[in-house]
Design a binder for this molecule. Structure first.
Ligand SMILES: Cc1ncc(COP(=O)(O)O)c(C=O)c1O
Length: 400
């Protein structure tokens, strides 16, 4: 280990809270689907900052939009509006088919969900409904409101008491049918549960959620923080189910690496927030808005969605063709894929992949998640398959 490496490990240990595990490397530079660490080692990034770097690292369009905007107008308070903010809101409403809706900008996914939870409360107060439903396995963020929607006990327990009135149901149509009633203000649901291990929804759940919320006058709020903005091969996950929700939350891929989140409301609840009911200093900042708009333009006009479909297919076929006894099944859609392993060794596999210059992660003990940049090419897919096959083969011999 050289001095440079010892330096960042010690410094991290000393000056950063230990909220995260020890960092794996100190990253220095990125380009396209690749990252380089401080020792000069190159990595193929098949995690994309956890579904964030939609255009890869340091895409010229991203860099130009950010630097141009930084030279023109950096930040104003929300006493004012800016052109990038308006352009981005209009574009999101158009892409979501939410004309006559309205957008609240935040800086992250958890804040977008925080806003959504307040929206649900306002709806509940207006209509006399007090219950909010979410699902087991759900991940909606780590601030108190969003954490109250998140189901994992190890995240919740140290911080209880959390926001009351939120129930976590089994991820099934039957559980939702049983729980729904006229006292439910909102249902929160992810189109695919990324943090639970790229878990797909049971057949019919999203349709049932739409029907039942409509029947009982509750809001259907879809958390598209991980699934939105082209990740699944459509702009948003709800479009694949052929429904329209009342609101969606976005973040991650929206800024392609610049922090931004959004709550996009459809007309049914676009008028619930009133002046003073919510706020933010940075949300809708012109730098973030301008970059996000550019990210959307590149996705829309440069064949990115077609690329997602093509590379997703290539990845799936390639993984199947490996014929590894360690791969049980493939989950997910587009470029949010979960490789379900036959054994709970995903953390070890992910660590070995990192050693071989490949970045993936393990959201569940038996699942490897892939969320590469949406602009990933045929060549990187081939490289991924080669490295991943070699990594898996180490474990096949160990476990056979
Ligand atoms: C579905 C979902 N919602 C919310 C969040 C929280 O987003 P952030 O980390 O930007 O606060 C995440 C992050 O992983 C997520 O996957």
């Amino acid at each position: 280990m050289n001095n440079v490496e010892v330096g960042w490990q010690d410094r991290s240990e000393q000056v950063l809270t230990h909220a995260f595990g020890s960092p794996l490397a100190q990253m220095e530079r990125g380009q396209g689907c690749y990252l380089w660490d401080s020792s000069g080692k190159r990595y193929l990034d098949f995690l994309g900052g956890i579904a964030v770097n939609s255009l890869g690292h340091c895409h010229p369009a991203f860099v130009t939009a950010l630097t141009e905007q930084a030279g023109r107008l950096d930040h104003v308070s929300n006493y004012f509006v800016t052109r990038p903010q308006l352009d981005l809101a209009e574009k999101l409403l158009e892409l979501a088919g939410a004309e006559q809706g309205a957008v609240f900008f935040s800086n992250s996914g958890t804040e977008a969900n925080e806003a959504a939870l307040k929206l649900a409360r306002l709806h509940g107060k207006e209509t006399g409904k007090s219950r909010i439903l979410a699902f087991k396995g759900a991940f909606h963020g780590r601030t108190f409101g969003a954490l109250s929607l998140t189901s994992k006990e190890i995240f919740r327990e140290p911080f209880e008491p959390l926001v009351p009135g939120i129930e976590h149901l089994d991820l099934s149509v039957a559980a939702l049918e049983q729980a729904m009633g006229p006292d439910v203000a909102a249902v929160f649901l992810e189109p695919i549960l990324g943090e639970a291990g790229v878990l797909e929804l049971p057949d019919g759940l999203i349709l049932a959620a739409r029907e039942l919320t409509q029947k009982h006058g509750a809001l259907l709020i879809l958390d598209e923080v991980q699934t939105g903005v082209g990740r699944l091969g459509s702009w948003f996950g709800f479009q694949r189910a052929g429904i329209k929700p009342d609101a969606i939350t976005l973040a991650k891929g929206l800024g392609g690496g610049f922090p931004i989140g959004a709550l996009v409301t459809f007309p049914s609840c676009a008028k619930l927030f009133y002046p003073g009911s919510h706020g933010t200093t940075f949300g809708g900042n012109p730098l973030a808005a301008r970059v996000a708009l550019r990210v959307l333009e590149v996705i829309e006009h440069e064949g990115v969605m077609e690329n997602v479909a093509a590379q997703s297919k290539r990845l799936r076929l390639g993984l199947e063709a490996l014929g590894s006894p360690l791969i049980n099944s493939l989950r997910g859609e587009g470029l949010l894929l979960g490789i379900e392993l036959a054994q709970p060794i995903a953390a070890q596999v992910s660590q070995a992949a990192f050693g071989s210059g490949l970045i993936v992660n393990a959201p569940a003990p038996n699942v490897i998640r892939l969320a590469p940049p949406l602009i990933v090419g045929r060549q990187q897919v081939a490289e991924f398959l080669e490295v991943f096959a070699a990594v898996l083969s180490q474990f096949e011999t160990q476990t056979s």
